[in-house]
Design a protein around this ligand. Structure first.
Ligand code: ADP
Ligand code: ZN
Ligand code: ZN
Length: 584
């Protein structure tokens, strides 16, 4: 009697056995509907067995094995099993999460007839590509030269031509009949990027995958990947679970980005899972970033040379200390830059893109020591002068403050009351624009009290500074300037966000006040000054990744200034000017 072992979406770390007389090995990886309690559920068959540890008489029979789409491959099941083990999540919850909602429910999207693109694929790519820079060329060759599993870190600032390198590497994979998977952060999956990939591979079948897509489209993309029709899958973290029978290359762009880590349910890191998958498939994986995560940077830094007779620990590395791949430093033309000599593992290969592809100077960064200065509403004389100068020249400035609201807390100085959240351990942030106190952690909100709830004092004081307060101050200080605030409150919908971006691009704003929303992926040709205020808080935050994230944000926000013909300047206000983070 055949028995199928089914992974069901239940918070129980076990499989469920059902009788399925007509099943065979080819049903492993198929979806199956089964009775469960009074209800019916859909799961995935992960094994076929001849006997169950439960007596046969007690087993129920499957309702139906769904044979309307190809079985999920063994590699996909292995990936889910790894995640179940590693992230301590029942396998059924993992398989369920890894399937698009429609397939998870046992349904199937209407499949369009394969279009004519099958006939033209792999189609020739556009000709007339710009010649690669030497560092790009070296990176492309290093990736092409990889045989089997190898992790490469493409390290270069925004605009240094990383995407160009990914596209060349993907091109080579398509030419060989393979499939490529490119993971990007949530915020980076834009129509522009899709357009750039599609324009480069006009005949190729490209599938996008992200949680914002309509159910049917996502399920269709999944099936196209599974059947091998899709050649390139471009997606956010969940795309790491796309079944790809001919997968030959994985790219993780902005590998440090926090959105690759899911913070609820299956708490996976798509970057790490992607590396595991590449290892399992014995294929190369390229991680790209201007500000790699510390883990990645550590693995891409050389191992210290082993102490040798006649030498000491500080002697130069041998260049061949890697256990996990080709020797570091063996690829011609790649500069490793000045790396700390100690501490790395040398497991990844570092590929540096040291300059911007389109010649532009990097902005000048200046640290402003605010310890000895009386600030005006939080702004130093140097920053105020910088803003004034940009106004006179008709250029744009950005004041970066990664804290929305008016003030991070409302306080009663006489009695010591502060606005704490009733529902969690965070403080309530003062939003003066609509007279609310809001918890940015759990979402609780309430009206601003007229008087102190503890002592009745009516002189409650906002403590600290958020974007709304900074905006109010700048409006007062520079009455002739058009001040625009960009944060999650002012850009609460995609439509409002697009409108704000359009205003900036049209040159209809002089001073931008913004949070990290503004840091990524936008070119503002008129922007020549970035002022950073309130960054010190991240140095001492409870989250151990806060300084690392601050560094990435400063690099990104700094990169916003002076990207076109006008040179850029970055002024960072700090009370810790000698802190290694600012020095770096
Ligand atoms: P990144 O991904 O590092 O931000 P991109 O690959 O997007 O960099 O390159 C930045 C810009 O430079 C793009 O407009 C791209 O088309 C252009 N570019 C990249 N490589 C070259 C090259 N070798 N020659 C000329 N332009 C290039
Ligand atoms: Zn709260
Ligand atoms: Zn009080």
């Amino acid at each position: 009697m055949n028995i199928v072992r089914v992974a069901l979406d239940l918070p129980l770390p076990r499989l469920f056995d059902y009788l399925a007389p007509d099943s065979d090995e080819s049903d492993i990886g198929r979806r199956v509907t089964v009775p469960f309690g009074k209800a019916s559920r859909t799961g995935v068959i992960v094994a076929i067995a001849a006997a169950s540890e439960h007596p046969d008489g007690k087993l129920k029979s499957v309702t139906a094995i769904l044979r309307d789409m190809p079985a999920l491959p063994a590699e996909w099941l292995a990936l889910c099993e790894f995640c179940a083990r590693y992230y301590k999540t029942p396998l059924g919850e993992v398989t369920s999460f890894a399937l698009p909602p429609m397939l998870r429910r046992g349904k199937l999207p209407r499949i369009r007839k394969p279009a004519a693109d099958a006939a033209v694929a792999p189609a020739p790519t556009v000709d007339a590509l710009p010649p690669l820079l030497p560092a790009q060329q070296a990176a492309v060759e290093a990736i092409a030269g990889v045989d089997g599993f190898h992790t490469l870190l493409l390290h270069g600032v925004t605009g240094s031509g990383k995407t160009e390198v990914y596209l060349r590497a993907i091109d080579a994979v398509l030419a060989g009949g393979g499939q490529a998977l490119m993971l990007v952060p949530e915020i980076a999956l834009t129509p522009q990027l899709e357009g750039r990939v599609a324009a480069r591979f006009p005949g190729a079948h490209i599938v996008c995958a992200n949680s914002g897509m309509a159910d049917a489209a996502r399920a269709r993309g999944f099936i196209e990947a599974l059947t091998g029709r899709a050649q390139i899958v471009l997606g956010t973290r969940l795309a790491v679970f796309m079944p790809l029978p001919r997968l030959q290359l994985i790219v993780v762009d902005e590998e440090h980005d926090a959105s690759f880590k899911q913070q609820e349910g299956l708490r996976y890191s798509a970057r790490d899972v992607a590396i595991w998958r590449a290892h399992q498939l014995n294929i190369p994986i390229v991680l790209g970033s201007a500000t790699p995560s510390l883990e990645t940077f550590h693995h891409a830094s050389p191992r210290p040379a082993p102490p040798s007779p006649g030498g000491d620990i500080g002697s130069p590395r041998s260049g061949s200390g890697s256990l996990d791949g080709p020797a570091l430093g063996s690829t011609k033309g790649i500069s490793f830059g000045a790396r700390p000599t100690g501490g790395g593992t040398g497991r990844y290969q570092m590929l540096e893109l040291p300059e911007r592809a389109v010649a532009e100077a990097m902005p000048v960064v200046r640290i402003i020591d605010t310890r000895r200065e009386k600030l005006q509403e939080g702004l130093s004389a140097a920053l105020l002068a910088g803003l004034q100068l940009r106004l006179e020249r008709g250029e744009q400035s950005l004041v970066f403050l990664n804290r929305r609201g008016y003030a991070p807390v409302l306080a009663c100085p006489p009695c010591g009351w502060i606005s704490r959240c009733q529902r969690c351990a965070a403080n309530l942030v003062l939003h003066l624009a609509d007279g609310r106190l809001r918890c940015h952690h759990c979402g609780f909100e309430t009206r601003v009290p007229r008087a102190c709830p503890d002592c009745g004092n009516v002189d409650l004081l906002p403590f600290g500074r958020g974007t709304q307060r900074l905006e109010a101050m700048l409006v007062e200080r520079f009455p002739e300037a058009r001040v625009l605030r960009i944060d999650r409150d002012s850009a609460s919908t995609p439509k409002k966000w697009q409108a704000l971006l359009a205003t900036i691009h049209a040159g209809e704003a002089d001073i931008l006040v913004g949070t990290q929303m503004l840091a990524k992926g936008h070119d503002f040709p008129l922007l020549t000054l970035v002022g950073v205020v309130g960054a010190d808080a991240a140095l001492f935050a409870a989250d151990f990744r806060a300084p690392e994230r601050l560094f990435a944000q400063l690099m990104q926000v700094g990169g916003r200034s002076g990207r076109a013909a006008l040179p850029g300047e970055v002024l960072i206000q700090t009370e810790y000017p000698t802190h290694p983070l600012y020095q770096a």
